[in-house]
Design a protein around this ligand. Structure first.
Ligand SMILES: Nc1ncnc2c1ncn2[C@@H]1O[C@H](COP(=O)(O)OP(=O)(O)OP(=O)(O)O)[C@@H](O)[C@H]1O
Ligand SMILES: [Mg+2]
Length: 1015
């Protein structure tokens, strides 16, 4: 148990750095690593992060027995190991049903790839298996030698250095058996195909083929069993390496290819390509005199033509010419020597690089989980990716790699801080903010749109004119020159200048400073292959190349994304993948540069501790409390130290722990009790307790009987309680997370959409829309509408308009012609009378009728006299004599052309609408109105004073029939009218209690109109 190992702490240090008394001291940290390393204890925790130091020797700690020891056992109960991390991830995946990932980082040679292989082996051995699963397990394991043969090489730092980044998903079914896998590769170092630094080699496969390939095979490929013969293999002057046996590796790779499911044909095509690359490297150019490159010997071309299945003449031309399109015509322009060799190298790199991607796809197809019926698998991802790199001369590749590490560091900070904070919250313990360096500023410097280094590089690559690596550097100075993490020779102070070239820029990474030489940045970022070389490859009969070089690429006018942009996009994708999973970390450290066992180079290690951010990690982990354990674990271990808890505590666990620590004399500032755990602030408190336990053990005698007897039961209880508590914790975590997101979103709600507020904004939008759905207005007159959140004002307004339009439209569709007619008349009435005449409001709800007198009520003689003239409306009216204002019953008939006043069978007066000058009416509630006619018309005997009980309807009809909508005059007080022969009469209107029409003493007609409530 970890706790038991606490006792051995003086000799082998602590197995969890959080127990270091002096946790801020780097020296103490390194001393702890050293002590343990000397004892072959290469693994140490920082909380749940595993730190691993490469032993450079085989340790007996990876046996099947060891695997069994770690299987299903709690993380802290056994000494730190890769297997503990693997098992912990596996169990979390199974019990919490959450996808996991294990991030392995560290510099070249630190042991990342070894670690990832050991994890894979652990799963292959310990997970349940069926027959199908066995095949998948084999394929998963065998994918490694194949990918390593094609993607690893000997470098100065590592004899088996991975020259590509790798992320591998292992998929598990509901029984926990591995059933499939998927690999994503990142940025293969293609330049190695054509050039190697001194002491380094090309990719292993070339040497394996030459050393291990059967005579027959080599003959077919036109190869000799001597790497010295090949230009692409001699640059590093190091074809043989003592630690590598190419011949036996060849056998392993050949077998692995078969296990993965390569057919004989596919293997042959693959080897044809590998051999072709070697032949390409040997293509020699001559023609210095003319300046135009030509190929001096056609031996290689012959092999190439056969192996690639292309036309030799076409290939020769493509290797010496460049196709240019001028004025719509294609021209072949000869290349000079330098251009031709770089075209050739570009082809070799493209062919190798694309074949590598094809290989990964092929392996993926063979690992794919094909059982569609069961999609519910869980995943553990393994990330083995290049660590931070600093060389004497750093180029584009190091720039990409270090950018990648910058991103991973960001993820690491974010996730460790987050999980630490979440644990405090879940336990109900106040979180004290931790100061840490957030490297987002550096990530932004590299990747920000338009302003970041990658954007500027792309811009230089794409712009017309004389862009060069140096103009790129100048652009950088102009654009990001002021950035605190960026320096160039020109911008630097005197001291820095001394250690910087004029063609370099320096980035101040989180891990340290790196100078990048801009030479080659543009070319590497462009990664161009001449069009005619592409065309030749598209014509290849080699089936693999055929898939690698797609003809569509030739017709596609769009420029492919640059290398840096592609890399940036793939990293963004990777971050997304990792974010969706529960991470575990393995931080690998390389003890020395000479690959020697037992040598602990302090300077080198200090550097790695720094740039892996381990001290910072520890600081975060130790920010509050050094040690935390679940109540049951703590109580179980120390219960013998208190009479109240010994031999068993029967009450609540928390109370038991409280009683125990009180008895032990813990001071209040030394510990806190959370919901399910005790948190102890200082290691010394724990060590004192541990020492007390040691003493107590002696007095009790080792392992009392009853403790042993109850162990299995306790184990099961603990396990089950663990599961329950984990579930609870997860639920709490989720709830806390939601609330946190909500609060943050609320604070940021007025800002542009950003990660902080998107959840909140989405929620607010969603709830507004749902509320709206329930509360839509029911009809056109209903003007209610829920108030939208600020972010939705515009959309809400659009929706409101649309909703209204829709209601109006539905309403209109339902209207009958009669109703439409009615509405039209009501509209006109409203235009004329609304807010002007007192009895208008009363008229609104009453429907207008087509006539107030039917056929029988009108004298037949009148009807006869009308003849064909169609009657449009008839209403009984009262006519007031012009002189005595006597009231007489009359009928008013409206036809298409005139208004007629009828007395019984007589047509008393006929007023053509043309002659109708206007109509006057009062603003009060009476029904009187005057039809004005021209006074010089002798036929007419002056204006007509009438009264209708339906004055609004009557006058609306008059207005429509006579087309006099604008001639209805509404008067206040009195109306003057002509009586004939130039004389005038006056009607006075006054409000009163009831309707009264009578001749007044002044000779006027006086009308008293009842007051209505409406005005
Ligand atoms: N756990 C280990 N036990 C024994 N030897 C190890 C262990 N880990 C690493 N090594 C040795 O160190 C060498 C380098 O390790 P590895 O290839 O895993 O490094 P790496 O971190 O993947 O480096 P690179 O970034 O260059 O790929 C291995 O070939 C092996 O010899
Ligand atoms: Mg590696």
């Amino acid at each position: 148990m970890m706790e038991s190992a606490l006792t051995a702490r003086d000799r082998v240090g602590v197995q969890d750095f959080v127990l270091l008394e002096n946790h801020t001291s780097e020296a103490a940290f390194i001393e702890n690593l050293r002590k343990r390393f000397k004892e072959n204890l290469i693994y140490t925790y920082i909380g749940s992060v595993l730190v691993s130091v490469n032993p450079y020797k085989d340790l007996e700690i990876y046996t099947k027995n060891h695997m069994e020891r770690y299987r299903g056992v709690n993380f802290y109960e056994v000494s730190p190991h890769l297997y503990a991390v693997s098992d912990n991830s596996y169990r979390s995946m199974r019990t919490e049903r959450k996808d996991q990932c294990i991030l392995i980082s560290g510099e070249s040679g630190a042991g990342k790839t070894e670690a990832s292989k050991k994890i894979l082996q652990y799963y292959a051995v310990t997970c349940p298996a069926s027959e199908h699963v066995q095949t998948i397990k084999d394929r998963l394991l065998q994918s490694n030698p194949v990918l390593e043969a094609f993607g690893n090489a000997k470098t100065l730092r590592n004899d088996n250095s991975s020259r590509f980044g790798k992320y591998m998903d292992i998929q598990f079914d509901f029984k926990g058996a591995p059933v499939g896998g998927h690999i994503i590769n990142y940025l293969l170092e293609k330049s190695r195909v054509v050039h190697q630094n001194h002491g380094e080699r090309n990719f292993h496969i070339f040497y394996q083929l030459i050393e291990g390939g059967e005579e027959d095979l080599l003959r077919r490929l036109g190869l000799e069993r001597n790497p010295q013969q090949y230009q692409y293999l001699v640059k590093g002057n190091c074809p043989k390496v003592s630690s590598i046996n190419d011949r036996s590796d060849w056998k392993v790779v050949r077998k692995a290819l078969t296990v993965i499911g390569f057919s004989e044909d596919e293997v042959e095509e693959l080897l044809n390509i590998i051999a072709s690359v070697l032949h390409l490297g040997n293509v020699q150019y001559g023609g210095e005199d003319s300046g135009n490159a030509c190929i001096t010997s056609d031996t290689q071309i012959k092999y190439l033509a056969r192996l690639l299945g292309v036309n030799g003449t076409v290939l020769t031309e493509a290797l010496t010419h460049k196709k240019i399109i001028a004025k719509g015509e294609e021209l072949m322009s000869p290349l000079n020597l330098e251009q031709a060799s770089s075209a050739r190298d570009a082809l070799s790199k493209a062919v190798y690089g694309r074949t590598f991607t094809w290989l990964v796809n092929k392996i993926n197809a063979s690992l794919a989980y094909t059982d569609d019926s069961y999609k519910n698998w869980s995943v553990i991802g393994l990330l083995d990716i290049y660590g931070f790199e600093v060389f004497q001369n750093n180029s584009f590749e190091q720039f990409c790699i270090n950018y990648c590490n910058e991103k991973l560091q960001q993820l690491f900070i974010e996730l460790t801080l987050k999980s630490e904070q979440e644990e405090y919250e879940a336990e109900g313990i106040t979180w004290e903010p931790v100061q840490y360096f957030n490297n987002k500023i550096i990530c932004d410097l590299v990747e920000e749109k338009f302003k970041g280094i990658i954007s500027i590089l792309d811009e230089e690559c794409l712009r017309p004119g004389d862009a060069s690596d140096i103009t790129f550097l100048e652009k950088l100075e102009d654009t990001v020159g002021g950035h605190p993490h960026f320096v160039t020779h020109k911008l630097a102070d005197g001291k820095t200048r001394k250690v910087m070239g004029r063609d370099e820029f320096r980035l101040l990474h989180y891990a340290g400073e790196v100078n990048y030489n801009v030479n080659g940045f543009l070319d590497k970022n462009n990664d161009l292959l001449f069009r005619n070389l592409k065309e030749v490859m598209c014509m290849s009969e080699n089936k693999i190349l055929n898939q690698c070089f797609d003809r569509e690429e030739l017709t596609d006018k769009k420029r492919p994304d640059t290398a840096a942009t592609q890399f940036k996009a793939s990293l963004a994708k990777l971050m997304e993948i990792l974010m969706s999973k529960e991470p575990s970390y393995i931080r690998c450290i390389k003890p020395n540069d000479s690959k020697q066992a037992g040598r602990f180079d302090e300077v080198l290690i200090r550097h790695q501790v720094k740039y892996l951010g381990l001290m910072e990690n520890l600081r975060v982990r130790r920010a509050g409390f050094a040690y935390r354990r679940r109540y049951e674990v703590f109580l179980q271990r120390y219960k013998s130290l208190c009479p109240d808890t010994w031999p068993n505590w029967r009450g609540k666990l928390a109370d038991g722990v409280a009683t125990l620590v009180k008895h032990l004399g813990y001071k209040p500032e030394e510990y806190k009790l959370g919901r399910s755990k005790i948190f102890i602030r200082f290691p010394k408190t724990l060590f004192a307790t541990e020492d007390a336990l040691e003493t107590r053990k002696h007095s009790l005698g080792e392992s009392p009987q009853h403790v042993l007897l109850s162990l299995p039961t306790i184990g099961i209880q603990a396990w089950w309680r663990g599961i329950l508590a984990r579930r609870r914790a997860q639920r709490r975590r989720q709830a806390a997370d939601t609330i946190r997101r909500f609060i943050k979103g609320f604070i940021y709600r007025h800002q542009e959409r950003c990660p902080e507020n998107e959840y909140f904004l989405d929620y607010v939008r969603y709830s507004f829309l749902m509320k709206l759905r329930r509360n839509l207005p029911k009809n056109v007159l209903d003007k209610s509408w829920p108030t939208p959140p600020a972010a939705l004002t515009e959309a809400s307004e659009h929706l409101r308009k649309m909703c209204m339009q829709n209601m109006v439209w539905t309403y209109c569709k339902r209207i009958s012609p009669e109703w439409k007619h009615q509405m039209e008349q009501k509209m006109i009435a409203s235009e004329i009378f609304k807010d002007k005449k007192d009895n208008y409001p009363q008229s609104v709800p009453k429907l207008f009728v087509s006539t107030r007198l039917n056929g029988e009520e009108i004298n037949p003689k009148v009807l006869q006299a009308l003849g064909t003239e169609k009657m449009k409306y008839a209403v009984p009216v009262t006519k007031y004599d012009r002189k005595g204002y006597k009231a007489r019953p009359r009928q008013l008939l409206l036809t298409a052309n005139c208004a007629i006043i009828v007395e019984e069978a007589k047509l008393k007066q006929r007023i053509d609408y043309k002659a109708l000058k206007g109509v006057s009416v009062s603003s009060l509630s009476d029904g009187l109105f005057v039809l004005h006619v021209p006074s010089d018309d002798n036929k007419q005997k002056g204006d007509v004073v009438l009264q209708s009980d339906h004055v609004i309807e009557t006058l609306t009809k008059v207005a429509i029939c006579a087309d006099k909508i604008n001639n209805i005059n509404i008067n206040q007080g009195s109306i003057t009218f002509t009586v004939g022969q130039g004389k005038e009469g006056i009607i006075d209107f006054t409000p009163g209690s009831e309707l009264l029409v009578a001749k007044a003493k002044n000779g006027h007609l006086s009308v008293t109109a009842p007051r209505l409530n409406s005005r």
